[in-house]
Structure formats: C-alpha cells, structure tokens
Design a protein around this ligand. Sequence first.
Ligand SMILES: COc1ccc(S(=O)(=O)[C@H](CC(=O)O)C(F)F)cc1
Ligand SMILES: [Zn+2]
Length: 137
Amino acid sequence: MPRNTVDSLVDSAFSVWARASSLTFVRSYTRNADIMVHFVTYEHGDLFPFDGPRGTLAHAFGPGLGVGGDTHFDDSEHWTAGDTGFNLFVVAAHEFGHALGLKHSRNPESLMYPSYKSSHPANILSDEDVANIHALY
Ligand SMILES: COc1ccc(S(=O)(=O)[C@H](CC(=O)O)C(F)F)cc1
Ligand SMILES: [Zn+2]
C-alpha cells in the first residue's frame, strides 16, 4: 500500500476520535510521538510477537509514557483501503481507541468490539463508543 495511502487512512482513523472528543491530533515525523504507529512482524521488541498472516492483526498499549499509547500493526497482513484483505482504517480506528484508553465492548455494533469486520456504517462509532470516549476526555 503506498505510503501516502497509509498516512491518509491513519489520519482518517484519528479523525474519528477527534470528532467524538475534544482531542486534536498532530502528525510528527520527527519526535517520538505520544501515539506511535509501527508496522512490524513476528517478534518486534515487546512481549506480544505477531503471528504472520491473519490471526492477530494489530495491538495497542493504553495511555502512558514510553510504549504507552503506541500502536503496532502486523505487516504480514494484506492491508487495504477497501473490503478485501484487512481494512487499515477500521483496524487503526480500533487500535487508536485502545491507545486512548478504551477497552473492548460486548456490543457487536461497537468499533471496540473485539473482532474484525470490514463493513462498518459511515458513522463508525456506536453511541457506546462516543459515550466511552466522552467519559475519558
Ligand atoms: C475492529 O478492529 C480490530 C478488531 C480485532 C483486532 S485483533 O483481532 O487483532 C485483536 C487485537 C485488538 O483487539 O486490538 C486480537 F486480540 F488480536 C484488531 C482490530
Ligand atoms: Zn481491541
């Protein structure tokens, strides 16, 4: 996937949470950002090695210093902007939810439901997701 497409999908995933909260997100290519976005495979320096294609798609650390807030995406996956492979926008929006402090939801309509589905309504956040981010920020 071209780098500018990745950047655009990541921006859109951050915008989901910016619209639902008072948060603003600023991209930094230079400094060690609060929320890092890394594409890595298998063993990658934390205690949670990735597993090749499918299975675990990504993971994120809750808010905190250092690795806190960072998001890791399994680069063994076929990342896409559409309905084939795994939709990077949807997965990134979910991971950024974790990076901001949200846990999983038991509601299958929620973005924070713990299983991947490519199809999400135009408004990707459920009322529950919005309430949960409002409760934090
Ligand atoms: C909707 O977004 C996601 C759903 C499921 C996953 S996951 O299957 O990689 C999940 C990781 C996660 O919940 O963040 C699993 F525990 F590994 C990632 C993003
Ligand atoms: Zn999750």
